[in-house]
Design a protein around this ligand. Structure first.
Ligand code: SF4
Ligand code: SF4
Ligand code: SF4
Length: 323
C-alpha cells in the first residue's frame, strides 16, 4: 500500500493537480509515525511512510493548509473522511483546495499495547500474516496482531469513505459497530460508581491539551482555554472541579460535531478514555433526536443546531430512560 500511495502522490505533484501533499513520516522511532507536509517528489522519496502505525487522522491539518495558495493532496482513511466532511460543513476547510485520495483503513496498531506485554527496546515491528515480529535490542519477540489493535480501530464504525476524489483500493461499508457497548456499561452503573469512574480517569489528566489540539472539532481561532480572561485558561488543574471542568466544557463544545474519530483518546499520554464521554453524547443525541452521524454529509442540519416540532422536551427525556 505504501508504494501505491507514494506513486499516487508523486504523480499528482508531477502533473500539477496538487502543489503539496499531507501524509506521514517517521518520528523518533520506527513506530512513531507523525503527520507531515511534502512539497516535492524528493521529499516524499526520503520520508513518506504508510504502515500499520500510520493511524493519525490528518484532516485537521487542512484547516491551515487550505489557507495557503494552491491545492493540497490528502490521503484519508474511511474514518478520517467523516472529519473532512464535518470541517467542510463548518466552513473550516476550503474543499475546492483539497484533492482527496481515499485509502483503506486499519486496523492500526497501538505501540502501548505491545509495550504492555513487557516488550521494550523496540527497534521495528513487522506484521507477518497477523503475527507481529518485534525486533528489540534484546532479541526478537512475537505476539498476535489482534492483541495490539488500537482501541479506535477495534470499534470501527465505518469502512466507507464519505468523501473522496479518487480511491486506492475498494470502498467498504458502514459497519455494525460495538462502539456503544462500554457506554452502556457506564450507564448501568449507579451515579456514584459512574462519578468515581470518571474521577479516577480525569484525575490522571496533566492538562497537556493534546486531546484538544488533535481534535478535528476543536479548530476555533481562539479557544476558550487559551483566553487568560476566561477563568478557564490553560494551566494545570488545581483541584477536581477544574479537572472535570476542562473535559465537560470540551465535550459540550464538540457535541453533535464529534465524528467519533477516536484521536483524543489515541494521543492522551495518560490513556484516559475520552472517547467514552463523547460517545455518551453521540448515543444520547441518537436517542433523543434520531440517528445522526456527524460528518456523514456536508449538507444536513445537525440536531443541536436545528429545531423541529418533533424535538423532545426535557420532561420526556426521563421517560425515554436516557440518564
Ligand atoms: S490529552 Fe489527556 S492528559 Fe492531555 S489534556 Fe487531554 S485528557 Fe488531559
Ligand atoms: S472529541 Fe475526540 S473523537 Fe470526537 S472528533 Fe474530537 S478527537 Fe475525534
Ligand atoms: S475546546 Fe471549545 S473553544 Fe476550545 S477549540 Fe475546542 S470547541 Fe473551540
Amino acid at each position: 500500500m505504501q508504494e501505491a500511495i507514494i506513486n499516487k502522490a508523486k504523480q499528482l505533484l508531477a502533473d500539477g493537480t496538487v502543489d503539496r501533499v499531507i501524509g506521514w513520516k517517521r518520528g523518533e522511532f520506527a513506530y512513531d509515525i507523525t503527520p507531515a507536509v511534502f512539497g516535492s517528489a524528493e521529499e516524499i522519496d526520503a520520508d513518506f511512510v504508510y504502515d500499520d502505525f500510520t493511524s493519525a487522522n490528518v484532516s485537521k491539518y487542512l484547516v491551515k493548509e487550505t489557507k495557503k495558495e494552491g491545492k493540497v493532496l490528502v490521503f484519508l482513511k474511511p474514518c478520517d473522511t467523516y472529519s473532512l466532511n464535518q470541517l467542510t460543513k463548518e466552513h473550516r476547510v476550503d474543499r475546492e483546495k483539497v484533492y482527496v485520495v481515499g485509502i483503506p483503513g486499519g486496523p492500526k496498531l497501538d505501540i502501548e499495547k505491545i509495550k504492555a506485554k513487557g516488550i521494550s527496546g523496540i527497534l521495528s515491528v513487522k506484521n507477518e500474516n497477523y503475527t507481529l515480529k518485534i525486533e528489540t535490542i534484546y532479541g526478537e519477540e512475537t505476539m498476535p496482531f489482534s492483541e495490539a489493535i488500537l482501541d479506535k480501530c477495534a470499534s470501527c464504525k465505518s469502512k466507507k469513505h464519505v468523501v473522496y476524489d479518487e480511491l486506492i483500493g475498494e470502498d467498504g461499508e458502514v459497519l455494525e459497530s460495538n462502539r456503544f457497548d462500554m457506554v452502556e456499561q457506564l450507564e448501568n452503573m449507579t451515579a456514584e460508581e459512574r462519578y468515581n469512574f470518571w474521577r479516577e480517569q480525569l484525575s490522571k489528566c496533566i492538562r497537556c491539551n493534546a486531546c484538544r489540539n488533535v481534535c478535528p472539532a476543536c479548530t476555533c481561532e481562539k479557544c476558550v482555554f487559551d483566553n487568560p480572561e476566561s477563568g478557564v485558561e490553560n494551566k494545570a488543574a488545581s483541584d477536581s472541579f477544574e479537572e472535570n471542568m476542562f473535559h465537560i466544557i470540551r465535550a459540550f463544545h464538540v457535541a453533535g460535531r464529534c465524528t467519533d474519530c477516536g484521536e483524543c483518546s489515541r494521543v492522551c499520554p495518560q490513556n484516559i478514555p475520552l472517547h467514552l464521554l463523547n460517545r455518551k453524547f453521540i448515543k444520547d443525541i441518537n436517542s433523543l433526536y434520531g440517528e445522526y452521524q456527524a460528518g456523514e454529509d456536508t449538507t444536513s442540519r445537525a440536531p443541536l443546531t436545528d429545531y423541529t416540532f418533533d424535538d423532545c422536551e426535557a420532561s420526556i427525556v426521563h421517560e425515554r430512560g436516557v440518564e
